[in-house]
Ligand binder design. Sequence first.
Ligand SMILES: *Cc1c(COP(=O)(O)O)cnc(C)c1O
Ligand code: SF4
Length: 318
Amino acid sequence: MSRAIRNPAQLCQRLELPPEWVDSSVDTSPSFSLFAPLEFVSRMKKGDCHDPLLLQVLPKLEENQLVPGFTADPVGDQQATLAPGLIQKYRGRALLVTSGACAVHCRYCFRREFPYQQSPPQWSTWETALEQLWAAPDVEELILSGGDPLTLSDDTLSELVLRLAEIPHLKRLRLHTRLPIVIPQRVTDDMLTWLTRTRLTPIVVIHANHGNELDEFVAVAVTRLRRAGVTLLNQSVLMQGINDDVESLTALSESLINIGVIPYYLHLLDRATGTHAFEVGAATGIQLLGELRNRLPGYAVPRLAVETAGGASKEILF
Ligand SMILES: *Cc1c(COP(=O)(O)O)cnc(C)c1O
Ligand code: SF4
């Protein structure tokens, strides 16, 4: 992560993008900064301003337009917070925001403006969350999210998982992480140890939006997780110009199932401030997934999901 590219002009230069295009489109000093590790950048095509991986990370001037309906907290995280960093919206599962750090800054992120400073990644925060979990016997699954939980050290995560496994009603541990995609070398032996030598059943939900993200290093990381007994799912966001065509979605699903990952959710964009240019309508999503159903095994077609603040589950549109 320390070698990641943080300067938009440097990224554009490295990819040999036309300077006129850069001048007219790229925000060189964005408030939500650029952060793109070299492992991820290496999968982008040189000279292509529309590269689907580049578009996920490159700050654009259009992000600064204020568009009605796009807000700081589009999914109602604040009203569902039980303790600092602990969010419960749905029956049986709770989500712990373990860290504000990510291995990549995704321009479409719905937690772009999440107040991470209110739940810093430290034991004093987690002690309160653990107390809440002890007192919530209906919670059977804990989701480590963020930010990205895998930005924390294996020692810290190992300790946290030990403490979670002491809570008798918890049965499953789920990780929502982009690191196995962004820097697949993060899937270390130590990680496999704390993740699989616990009585909690491990589930890892990775996050790839385009087939080009799945290179041979990702395949190795995913295979190691799978062989260690981890259930692997993928979630994507449907985005304009990135994956809103049937060929891209088909290739993504095929690449995922070929390495043993089940496509789980295709999310409609959460309407966070600055993300409007990525939005694709529900009708287009439904049509695309209908076409996917005619091309792929049933298990390779993700559910089209949208989150509405206050809902009892994510709403499934297809
Ligand atoms: C999306 C989400 C979950 C997980 O929902 P599933 O439908 O079980 O994948 C859990 N908690 C929160 C707060 C969420 O936003
Ligand atoms: S990895 Fe997830 S939380 Fe982090 S910036 Fe990307 S979408 Fe947001």
